[in-house]
Design a protein around this ligand. Structure first.
Ligand code: NAD
Length: 477
C-alpha cells in the first residue's frame, strides 16, 4: 500500500486500513490502496500549510513554472506507462488512455508556462499614494477528483493551483486512483518541494468529507455528482471557504435541417460513446429538426450499430463501466426507459470473448423520448443517447434548455446567423458550433451554469479561480 503522500513521504493510513481495488473488465481485485480518513487528511493539510510557510511559499513564479514544465516532460516520457495504469484502473481503451496522458502533460505545460505571466495592476489614487493590486495564492487547496478521467482531472485543477503557488491536498476517487499516485510520484521527481502536493487515498464519505470540512483549507474544487456537490458546498460554507463545482450535464446536440449530416454523425456518436458515456460533457441528448429527423436518425443508427465495446487492449470504441454500482444505475435507467415504452433505435455490440465478471454495456440510441421523461432530463452517465424531434429554432432552444443542467451544447447548422442566435440563447458554459469537444482544449474556459455547477476551469481564468487579489496602499509623504 503506502498510497498516501504527506510532506513528501509515502505512508499508510494512520489506522493501517486499506481498500481493495477492482478491475472493471473482470471484477477481480488487482491491488489495494490506503484507506485515509480524518487523521490522515489533518496531517496532509498541516503539511500543505508548512510548505506554504517554507521553501514552496518563497519560490519564485518562474521556478514554480519550471517545475511544472519538468513534470509535463516526465509525463510525456512515461506516457505509455501512465496510459497502461489508467486503462487498467478504468477499463478505457489504450488509445483513449494515451490521449488522456497527453492531456495531463498539456495541463502542466500550459500552466507551467503561464505561472510567471499573471501580473497585478496599479491604481491611480490620491496624491501621494501608491496603490498596487497583487495576485496571491489562496493557500491550501483541496481537490476532490472523480474516476472517469482520473489523471486528466487531477491535471486540470492541480496545475493551475500549483502555478499560482497554492499547496494542494488531493483526494482521488476510490474507484480509480492509480494514475493520481503515479502522477504524484512524478511531481516529486520533477522537484516539487515536500508538502506542495499531498495525496490522501480513501473513500469520499471519509477522506473526502474530512478534507472539504477541514478548517485549514482555503478552497475546494470538486468534480462529481450534484448530490455530493451540495455536501461539498455545505461543508466548505461552514468555514467560509469558496468552492468550485463541476457536476456534469445533460448536454444537447441540436441538429437543424441544413446540417452537414456526414460531418455531424460520427462526432455526435463519439461524444456519447467515448469513455462509455461516463463524461461530464457527453452530448447525451440528440435534438433533431423534423425535416431531417428520419434521415439523420437513420444515419446515427447505422453508426451506433457499428460501435464495439471491449477491453483496453482490444482498443475498440469504449470499455466497461467503472464499477458494479454505476453499471446497475445505468442498466436501471435503460430498463426503466424500455419498460415505459421508449423504443431502442440501435445498439452497439460487445466484443466476443470478453472476460467474465466485467461491467460492459452496449451503447444504445433511444427515442423518440417524451420531453418529460426521466431520460430526457436526468444524467445517465452511461452510453445512452436520447433522441427528440423539434420543429423550429424557438422550439429547439426551449428543448435544449429544458433540463436542470447547463454544461455544454452542440449546434449543427450551416446558417451563420442561426449559429450565433442559438449560441447566445444556450444556458450553458460552452457552445460548440459544427464541432464538439474540440480536442479537449486546455486553453478553453470550462464550467457550468444551473445544476452543472459553478466556477471555471481551464484557460487563463483558472489561474484567477486559484488565486485572489490583495490591495496594497502606500502613502509616500
Ligand atoms: P461521487 O460524486 O460520489 O464521487 C466523486 C468524488 O467525490 C470521488 O472522489 C469521491 O470519493 C468523492 N466524494 C464522495 N462523497 C464525498 C463527500 N461526502 N465529500 C467529499 N467528497 C466525496 O460520484 P460517484 O458516486 O462515483 O458517481 C455518481 C454519479 O456522479 C455519476 O453517475 C455521475 O452522474 C456523477 N459523476 C460526475 C462526474 C463528472 O465528471 N461531472 C464524475 C464522476 C461522477
Amino acid at each position: 500500500m503506502k498510497t498516501i503522500l504527506i510532506g513528501g513521504r509515502w505512508i499508510d493510513a494512520v489506522d493501517g486500513r486499506g481498500i481493495d481495488i477492482v478491475d472493471p473488465c473482470s471484477g477481480a481485485v488487482f491491488t489495494e490502496i490506503s484507506r485515509g480518513g480524518a487523521a490522515d487528511v489533518d496531517l496532509a493539510v498541516r503539511a500543505a500549510r508548512a510548505a506554504l510557510d517554507g521553501e514552496w511559499g518563497r519560490m519564485s513564479a518562474t521556478e514554480r513554472g519550471r517545475i511544472l514544465q519538468r513534470l509535463a516532460g516526465l509525463i510525456l516520457d512515461n506516457r505509455e506507462e501512465l496510459a497502461r495504469i489508467e486503462a487498467r484502473d478504468t477499463g478505457k481503451p489504450m488509445s483513449a488512455a494515451r490521449a488522456d496522458a497527453n492531456a495531463v502533460a498539456r495541463y502542466f505545460e500550459f500552466y507551467g508556462a503561464a505561472a510567471d505571466k499573471v501580473h497585478g495592476e496599479t491604481i491611480p489614487y490620491l496624491d501621494g499614494y501608491n496603490v498596487s493590486v497583487v495576485r496571491v495564492p489562496l493557500g491550501v487547496t483541496a481537490h476532490i477528483i472523480p474516476w472517469n478521467y482520473p489523471a486528466q482531472m487531477m491535471g486540470r485543477t492541480l496545475a493551475p493551483a500549483l502555478a499560482m503557488g497554492n499547496a494542494a491536498v488531493v483526494k482521488p476517487s476510490e474507484d480509480a486512483c492509480q494514475s493520481a499516485i503515479r502522477l504524484a510520484e512524478l511531481a516529486m521527481e520533477a522537484g516539487l518541494p515536500p508538502g506542495a502536493l499531498n495525496l490522501v487515498t480513501g473513500y469520499g464519505v471519509e477522506a473526502g468529507a474530512a478534507l472539504t470540512a477541514h478548517p485549514g483549507i482555503n478552497f475546494a474544487t470538486f468534480t462529481g455528482s450534484p448530490e455530493v456537490g451540495v455536501q461539498v458546498q455545505r461543508a466548505t460554507a461552514e468555514n467560509h471557504v469558496r468552492c468550485a463545482l463541476e457536476l456534469g450535464g445533460k448536454s444537447p446536440q441540436i441538429v437543424f435541417d441544413d446540417a452537414d449530416i456526414e460531418r455531424a454523425v460520427p462526432i455526435i456518436v463519439k461524444a456519447i460513446v467515448q469513455n462509455a458515456g461516463q463524461t461530464c460533457s457527453a452530448g447525451s441528448r440528440l435534438l433533431v429538426q423534423r425535416g431531417i429527423y428520419d434521415r439523420f436518425v437513420g444515419r446515427a443508427a447505422e453508426a451506433f450499430a457499428a460501435v464495439r465495446v471491449g477491453t483496453p487492449e482490444s482498443d475498440l470504441d469504449c470499455g466497461p463501466i467503472i464499477s458494479e454500482r454505476q453499471y446497475q444505475r445505468i442498466r436501471a435507467c435503460i430498463d426503466e426507459a424500455v419498460a415505459s415504452g421508449v423504443p431502442v433505435i440501435a445498439q452497439g455490440a460487445l466484443a466476443p470473448e470478453l472476460p467474465a465478471g466485467g461491467w460492459f454495456i452496449a451503447p444504445v440510441l433511444m427515442g423518440p423520448v417524451p420531453r418529460d421523461h426521466r431520460l430526457a432530463r436526468r444524467e445517465v452517465f452511461g452510453p445512452v443517447l436520447s433522441v427528440m424531434p423539434f420543429t423550429d429554432e424557438d422550439d429547439a432552444v426551449e428543448l435544449a434548455n429544458a433540463t436542470d443542467y447547463g454544461l455544454v451544447a452542440g449546434v449543427w447548422t450551416e446558417n451563420g446567423s442561426r449559429q450565433m442566435r442559438v449560441s447566445q440563447r444556450m444556458l450553458s458554459g460552452q457552445v460548440f458550433i459544427n464541432c464538439y469537444g474540440a480536442g479537449g482544449g486546455v486553453e478553453l474556459p470550462f464550467g457550468g451554469v444551473k445544476h452543472s455547477g459553478h466556477g471555471r476551469e481551464k484557460g487563463m481564468i483558472a489561474l484567477e479561480e486559484m488565486s485572489t487579489i490583495k490591495t496594497i496602499v502606500q502613502h509616500y509623504r
